[in-house]
Design a protein around this ligand. Structure first.
Ligand code: SF4
Length: 288
């Protein structure tokens, strides 16, 4: 695969036939794979049905991302732990927490996370892009998304390489998570294309522990991810087209009831989800 934005995946598949281009993002793909009904209620139905409000865990993740975005915008000499903590304060919001006391406790916790990160796993980082919107075009899809950070580091042979960095605030990620992430693979392909520099390594940085889960891709693994993205995008597009032509939405976009339905933001429109799990409070999925 070369560094161009147009990837000739059809060369890998002799049975390839032309289809309309489908625009996809990692968030859409993840929602489709998790529950097609939630995908329909979120991305297909217009006007979109109302969703439930903010969840504390999402707020925590969003604030940490904003703080680190601002932190790496600072000149490197000013990237101190105190500066990271102050930026966390600047971006803080109480949305989704039970009350002000609970929010204050997690705010302190998040301040420590970013300060420790600034002194530990995040120290000495050499970012070349922050919260950058990137895209990859193949003959079948335009896949795009926002990458948290792209670093430039010396590779094994001493030459510069790019590294995709993604921040996590939930459970501790594993190397397998990094390897299996379609989003990270997409970002790696897009980064090398946009910045004309090799990019094979992808990393998940876990703020609560400072642990880094990493994987190094090769051409085959990157192609594999992009081929799976193309297949999922085709399924999404087919379901949408059939629904627009009068197909049954509940058949084309089936519900997948599971315990996680308790925190689904469209559960009020989904009887199957409500039947399988009671509603979970917006702050219930926070780490204790
Ligand atoms: S409540 Fe469950 S089954 Fe229903 S849309 Fe949400 S995730 Fe899917």
């Amino acid at each position: 695969m070369d560094g161009g934005t147009q990837l000739g995946l059809d060369a890998l598949d002799p049975g390839f036939t032309a289809r309309p281009l489908v625009r996809v993002t990692p968030a859409r793909l993840a929602t489709w794979e998790d529950c097609p009904r939630r995908y329909r209620l979120t991305y297909v139905e217009r006007p979109a049905p109302p969703r439930s409000g903010a969840r504390a865990a999402s707020t925590l993740g969003a604030v940490v991302h904003l703080a680190l975005r601002s932190f790496y915008d600072l000149p490197s000499a000013r990237r101190t732990p105190d500066a990271a903590a102050a930026l966390l304060d600047r971006h803080w919001t109480d949305e989704g927490f039970r009350d002000a006391a609970q929010a204050a406790g997690y705010r302190l916790r998040a301040r420590e996370w970013v300060a420790d990160y600034a002194a530990g796993a995040g120290a000495g980082a050499t970012p070349v892009a922050l919260e950058r919107w990137v895209s990859v075009s193949t003959p079948r899809v335009i896949a795009e998304g926002r990458v948290d950070r792209i670093d430039r580091r010396p590779g094994p042979d001493g030459a510069d390489e790019l590294v995709v960095v993604d921040y996590k605030t939930g459970r501790v990620p594993t190397a397998d998570d990094a390897r299996r992430s379609a989003a990270l693979a997409l970002y790696a392909v897009a980064a090398r294309s946009a910045l004309h520099t090799p990019c094979r390594r992808v990393e998940l940085h876990h703020l609560p522990t400072g642990e880094v889960a990493a994987a190094t891709h090769d051409e085959a693994s990157l192609h594999g991810h992009l081929a799976r993205i193309e297949d999922a995008a085709a399924d999404m597009a087919d379901a949408g087209a059939e629904a627009a032509a009068g197909g049954a939405p509940d058949v084309l976009f089936p519900a997948r009831p599971a315990p996680r339905c308790g925190s689904c933001d469209v559960r009020r429109h989904c009887p199957e989800g409500r039947a399988v799990a009671p509603e979970v409070a917006p702050w219930a999925s926070l780490a204790p």
